[in-house]
Design a protein around this ligand. Structure first.
Ligand code: GTP
Ligand code: MG
Length: 437
């Protein structure tokens, strides 16, 4: 078995490269009463999928009891002995815990179990690191990983830190830790600066896209629900589709034409998951927030997943957190081909889902296109606005984004009656009110 209590301190670059290559055998440990209706077993199944995405071979699992739902994740001595023995029997070199651990508890467990211990957050961060393709995606993931690592640096060099005990002295351990922290903070500052540059460039692209008078529709949903498959089917593209979690990280946008000849932009986005690590939400906020700029969301749900209502509720919660909670949503239950024909529909299905489809087989996609066109009509409103002459560009925007019904030229400006997307009406009203034309 691999020894882990190596005295040689690992640098954070080693951590970033921790999974590069090699199949490892992993033993999973979950806790009861995890998250609302999710059972420990459901959550462990998802963790197993996450591990497989990293080519970790799952060779066993255990569930620990927890007194209270919000109690910290702790493995008692007896259970530790059991898990340690199981790991030896199944030759597992890694234990993956279905929780986020503090650095000190992770080290404590590692010593007690005599195997490498990883937590759920690390697994998700590593998947994101592998999946990131664009420069922005890569920078964001690295920021998230460094933010995970920073509070966990202390105690990494226990042999050395102990030397730095005396008042006024700075032992070599402490110095090493401080050095490492400084290095990390400097790196974070560099990354943030690079990100800012990339974002300014993207902001330009976004602004120019906004001049295009097409409604924007974003596909959102739980990871592996079939968003990219649907995106490909509707746009005849070949975005990466995989039976793996978080296949898509970087958003892709394409134009499509609806049956009523209306042209729209469709965006494929990153999937969500329960307990999405906060470091990732923070780092990806800018990308994720673009979802909030859509005119309509199509929420793709994997209807063949036993926990789809919980997955859908998770997606609702993340959307609300991103400020997209009020956008109009069209929910579709996907993977119709996998749903048993005689299954009794889930009570949530009728009230939530507008349509049942199979993105893979192209079933009901015509109906989906019609529903999208209808929903887009419903997102439009008729407004009358007085636009001062100095805001000529807003007048142009109104003409581009909406359908102008009448224009009356007065002394101070033009009174325009227009039919337009609600989101655009709000944006233009806001710009008129603040004078930020
Ligand atoms: N049986 C069946 N499988 C489907 C259907 N739609 C998608 N899939 C499969 O589901 C898996 C995930 O599909 P993706 O399109 O990559 O899912 P996604 O929502 O983009 O996932 P992430 O990018 O990871 O968030 C793939 O193996 C698809 O082939 C469907 O209608 N029926
Ligand atoms: Mg995808």
């Amino acid at each position: 078995m691999r020894r882990l209590s190596t005295p040689e301190p690992r640098s954070w670059q080693d951590d970033l490269a921790a999974f590069a290559g090699g199949v490892e055998r992993a033993y999973l440990v979950g806790a009861e009463a995890q998250n609302g209706a999710w059972t420990a077993e459901d959550s462990l199944k998802e963790l197993a999928d996450l591990c497989r995405t990293l080519e970790l071979e799952v060779v066993g699992r255990a569930v620990i009891r927890r007194g209270r739902k919000d109690a910290p994740f702790r493995i008692g001595q007896g259970k530790r002995g059991e898990i340690r023995q199981r790991c030896q029997e199944v030759r597992a070199g890694t234990v993956v815990v279905d929780a986020e651990l503090s650095g000190s508890y992770q080290r404590d467990l590692q010593a007690g179990l005599d195997v490498r211990v990883l937590d759920r957050t690390q697994i998700i961060l590593d998947i994101f690191a592998r999946r990131a393709r664009t420069r922005e995606g890569k920078l964001q993931v690295e920021v998230a990983r460094l933010n995970y690592l920073l509070p966990r640096l202390a105690g990494r060099w226990p042999e050395l830190s102990r030397l730095g005990g005396g008042i006024g002295t700075r032992g070599p351990g402490e110095t090493r830790l401080e050095m490492e922290r400084r290095r990390l903070r400097r790196r974070l500052a560099d990354l943030r600066r690079d990100l800012e540059e990339v974002r300014q460039h993207r902001e330009l692209l976004r602004t120019s896209r906004k001049q295009v008078p097409f409604p924007l529709l974003a596909l959102v949903g739980y990871t592996n629900a079939g968003k990219s498959t649907l995106f490909n089917a509707m746009t005849r593209s070949e975005v990466l589709v995989e039976d793996r979690l978080f296949a898509t990280l970087d958003p892709t946008t394409r134009a499509i034409v609806l049956p009523n000849h209306q042209q729209i932009l469709l965006t494929d986005t990153v999937g969500f998951i329960q307990r999405l690590p906060p470091q990732l939400v923070a780092a990806f906020r800018a990308t994720l927030e673009e979802v909030a700029e859509a005119d309509l969301l199509v929420h793709v749900v994997d209807g063949s997943h036993p926990r789809w209502p919980e997955q859908a509720a998770t997606v609702d919660a993340v959307l609300a957190e991103l400020g997209a909670g009020d956008l109009p949503v069209l929910t579709v239950l996907n993977k119709l081909d996998r749903m048993p024909e005689d299954a009794v529909p889930h009570p949530a299905a009728a009230e939530r889902a507008a349509l049942t489809i199979s993105a893979l087989h192209g079933w009901n996609l015509d109906r989906l296109r019609d529903r999208i066109a209808q929903a887009l009509v419903a997102t439009r409103c008729r407004i009358s606005l007085a636009v001062p002459y100095k805001h000529g560009n807003l007048l142009q925007l109104l003409r581009a984004k909406g359908q102008v019904l009448s224009e009356e030229y007065g002394e101070h400006g033009v009174v325009v009656e227009v039919e337009i997307e609600r989101t655009w009406a709000d944006r233009i009203r806001h710009r008129l009110a603040t004078g930020s034309a």
